[in-house]
Design a protein around this ligand. Structure first.
Ligand SMILES: Cc1ncc(COP(=O)(O)O)c(C=O)c1O
Length: 381
């Protein structure tokens, strides 16, 4: 059997061993953080320690962190809890479905939204968002790093523009947390959604950062947990595991960025050396996410063939996998349906190596040779 190599960190990252240990230890805390007895108060100390550590990483106060079941819940909370009939939202065409679908649902109840296309590099420009503003615009929602292409949006520019117009600013930072610097206050953010499992934390764990002074209703109405912003007994072990994963991700952020850049270079150089005809989708991307089109080769067939070679990669985003739909992100960037259907994503993370990237690119070369790629078109000068 082929060696198994995981190249799908943007779908989810394997649990870090240190997080696994922290989860096991946290599982022994017997109390409910809302209880006033010793067991509850011990649990509460651990809960608030995790909250403070996550808040410090994002440059905000601990009371501004609301732990959730993931990025999906955090994004849903913002839209459902904030928007009223008559409000308008400016968002982008490259957002994750957990931003797009809630807005579509709210549109049935009188909320309107405008969807701004990215430029050809895949990034969404603050000036284009500004063009879509209306007098009733209440919120701008722009993701930090795209999950399919790795393209990084200029949040600082968008935040500055939002502040000039006195409009609330939200970002889906699920693919950015722990990977690029994120200071909510400096970026002018009112809301930020993040997830633990993209950085080696537990799955089903996330957070919503909500700056104080921006009132919103809880999505999950219930008890007064999470400063009355989310009812339900906290997932204490998950929260402790999340804080641990973030601490580890931040400690290695710079080093990992450099390693990812080397991995990307090796991966693309190997494709070049083997004369594979490919196009890179998205410029200026976070180096750990590599999205390529292989002209003449179906993306889904490629994923299955790479799986047989032992490499776990993806076609479009993991949330859309299982569907044959070409990626809405790539279509929004101007790719044809065919080009989008011929695109695949490799994503690397804390456990990846240059040797693995070289192996993955060599496997692409083998599969492409087997499947028979049409000759490359001459380069346009
Ligand atoms: C950009 C982006 N937003 C949101 C999500 C959803 O996060 P979660 O899986 O924690 O609900 C994902 C994960 O696939 C993502 O990549």
């Amino acid at each position: 059997m082929n060696e198994q190599v995981y190249c799908d960190y943007a779908a989810t990252a394997p649990l870090r061993p240190e997080v696994q240990a922290a989860l096991a230890e946290a599982g022994r805390l017997e109390g409910n953080p809302s209880s006033i007895h010793w067991a509850g108060q011990t649990a509460k100390v651990h809960l608030e320690r995790a909250r403070s550590s996550v808040a410090a990483a994002l440059g905000v106060e601990p009371r501004e962190i609301i732990f959730t079941s993931g990025g999906t819940e955090a994004n849903n909370t913002v839209f459902a809890g904030l928007l009223q009939p008559g409000d308008h939202v400016v968002t982008s065409a490259i957002e994750h479905p957990c931003v797009q679908r809630p807005l579509e649902r709210l549109a049935k109840w009188g909320v309107t939204f405008s969807t701004v296309a990215p430029d050809a590099t895949g990034a969404v420009q603050a000036g284009d968002l500004e063009q879509a503003l209306r007098p009733e615009t209440r919120l701008i929602s722009l993701m930090a790093v795209n999950n399919e292409t790795g393209v990084i949006n200029d949040l600082a520019a968008a935040g500055e523009m939002a502040a000039q117009h006195n409009i609330l600013f939200h970002t889906d930072a699920v693919q950015a947390l722990g990977k690029i610097p994120l200071n909510a206050a400096q970026l002018g953010l009112h809301f930020l959604a993040a997830s633990a499992h993209k950085i080696g934390g537990p799955k089903g764990m996330g957070l919503l950062l909500a700056r104080s002074g921006t009132p919103f209703m809880p999505l999950l109405a219930g008890g007064s947990q999470e400063n009355s912003h989310r009812g339900g007994t906290e997932n204490l072990a998950g929260i402790i595991g999340f804080a641990k994963a973030l601490e580890l991700a931040l400690a290695e952020q710079e080093e990992l960025h450099k390693r990812q850049a080397a991995i990307r270079k090796t991966f693309l150089a190997t494709l070049d050396r083997n004369r594979v005809h490919y196009r890179l989708n998205g410029a200026g991307a976070y180096p750990g996410i590599i999205n390529i089109q292989l002209p003449g080769i179906g993306g889904q067939a490629m994923v299955m063939n790479m799986d047989a070679e032992g490499f776990a990669i993806s076609y479009g985003s993991s949330c859309a996998s299982g569907t044959a739909e070409p990626s809405h992100v790539l279509l929004a960037m101007g790719l044809t349906e065919q080009a989008a259907a011929e695109s695949i994503r490799f994503s690397f993370g804390y456990g990846s190596s240059e040797a693995q990237a070289e192996g993955a690119a060599a496997a692409v070369s083998r599969v492409v040779a087997r499947m028979g790629q049409p000759a490359a078109e001459p380069a346009v000068s």
